[in-house]
Design a protein around this ligand. Structure first.
Ligand code: GLC
Length: 464
């Protein structure tokens, strides 16, 4: 029987859920290789092969400040940096290894630079740390389908000397360094559990307890074990929120007891996690806006990964798309930050988000004639275009009393009069209309939010 872990204060989770949009970056020696952060594994590179990138790693001074400013301008409220990826290379001045940025031509603690820059922009600080390590001699290589040295002739002898408990001590030691030397850390994102490398194999409960003592506000993701948060009863190392990867779920996530779980969809801006000179499949700002709205409409966050090149510079196209996203959020952020799902089914022309007293219609598809608000008759006080605070027209059936079909509770809205006309969307990516609701409806929305918040708090305090 393991003791229940201390929960982070409810405000940490409330702030994270309020913030809705985060930016992450994958940055390390693989940024020099520029062909995927798994390059060491995919090409079975030896330590000597990989040393070429170590010897050339020298991000420009000021890279972190530029990145943090761009993150802020994109509208993101939190940011996550890879302090160590699977290759084992550390972007921080760890006392436990020489395989770190202070020993490369960079000669700097890049985690410190980045944390300070991100904090200066008022963003919450998240650190990614890979549980997997392809550099550490105590992590076995043979028999592991992804270790770069899995077929190397020296590996059996290397593995005969490996001692897993030494690796766990190293892993714990580095997490303690990260949670001791860099001030307040808002979230720790670990990656990843597989095969029998899950949960207590990482000494998960013990280290989480230590980290929570060092950082009482710290939020933990779910990757200490597979599907850990979903299972009832929850394992003690389950973490605080769920992450989906390159996928937005059909509905908001729930655990096996049907309770809603805080969650975040994690996406790449191209199709790569780290810098690639050839991957130019940039998502457009329309795609990003709609993905963010999709997540929020299901009570989730979006974590968008934007990786700099080996000098630490964000490619021009990424910058352009992120600034467009930021412009949209500057005008429409009320429908995203602190907003959540609405108690109505997804409408035909887009999606709903809501906050107590206000319903937001995200119109993403042009509609012919009146735009319907299913089931909202008698509930709406007024309507406005959120981006411009200008009036939007509420309307009834074209021919009321005759032409109500089978939906007498529906009303309609449109951007101009006559309301049965067809008008272009002010923003083709997503035109947001805010509806002020009458009191009864506002109270109902408030109740739904309270129910959600309450069930989450109960879930968090539940003994394991
Ligand atoms: C995938 C990638 C890994 C990356 C992670 C981010 O699992 O393989 O490299 O860090 O996604 O969630």
């Amino acid at each position: 029987m393991t003791a229940a872990l201390p929960s982070p204060p409810a405000e940490s989770l409330a702030r994270w859920r309020h913030d809705r949009l985060g930016l992450s970056l994958h940055f390390g020696l693989y940024s020099v290789a520029a062909r995927g952060e798994w390059v060491r594994s995919a090409e079975q590179l030896t330590d000597a092969d990989y040393q070429t990138y170590f010897d050339r790693f020298a991000p420009d001074p000021g890279w972190a400040v530029a990145w943090a400013r761009l993150a802020k301008a994109s509208g993101a409220r939190y940011a996550v940096l890879t302090t160590k990826h699977h290759d084992g290379f550390c972007l921080f001045d760890s006392a436990l290894t020489d395989f770190k940025s202070t020993n490369t031509p960079a000669r700097r603690d890049l985690v410190r630079e980045w944390v300070e820059a991100v904090r200066a922009e008022g963003l919450a600080v998240g650190l990614y740390y890979s549980l997997v390590d392809w550099h550490h001699p105590d992590c076995p290589a043979t028999g592991d389908r992804q270790h770069p040295l899995r077929r190397h002739p020296d590996s059996p002898a290397r593995d005969a000397r490996a001692d897993w408990s030494r690796y766990v001590a190293y892993l714990h030691g580095q997490l303690i360094e990260l949670c001791t030397n860099y001030g307040r850390i808002d979230s720790l994102v670990v990656d990843f559990s597989y095969w029998h490398y899950v949960g207590e194999k990482w000494g998960a409960t013990e280290i989480q307890q230590k980290l929570r003592r060092l950082q009482p506000h710290l939020l933990l993701n779910d990757r200490w074990g597979n599907e850990a948060r979903k299972r009832i009863p929850r394992p003690s190392y389950a973490g605080d929120y769920e992450q989906t990867e390159q996928n937005i779920p059909r509905e908001g996530l729930r655990d096996d007891a049907g309770q809603p779980m805080p969650w975040e969809g994690w996406f790449t801006l191209t199709n790569s996690w780290c810098y690639s000179a050839t991957d130019t499949a940039w998502k457009s700002s329309a795609t990003l806006v709609r993905a963010l709205v999709n997540c929020v409409s299901k009570d989730g966050n979006l974590l968008l990964n934007v990786s700099p090149d080996a000098r630490g510079r964000v490619p021009a196209e990424a910058r352009r798309v992120l600034l467009e996203l930021g412009e949209w959020l500057a005008l429409n952020g009320d429908s995203i930050f602190g907003a959540g799902p609405a108690p109505y089914a997804k409408p035909e022309w887009g999606r709903f988000t809501a906050r107590p007293g206000v319903l937001y219609a995200h119109v993403t598809e042009p509609v012919v004639g009146n735009i319907s608000l299913p089931g909202l008759r008698g509930r709406v006080k007024n309507a406005r275009l959120l981006a411009h605070n200008s009036a939007v027209h509420l309307a009834d059936f074209w021919n009321p009393g005759v032409q109500t079909f089978d939906a007498p509770d529906d009303i309609f809205f449109n951007f101009a009069t006559p309301t049965a006309g067809t008008y272009p969307l002010a923003d083709e990516r997503d035109t947001v209309v805010a509806f002020e609701l009458n009191d009864d409806e506002a109270t109902a929305l408030e109740r739904i939010r309270l129910d959600n918040a309450l069930s989450r708090q109960i879930a968090l305090r539940q003994p394991f």
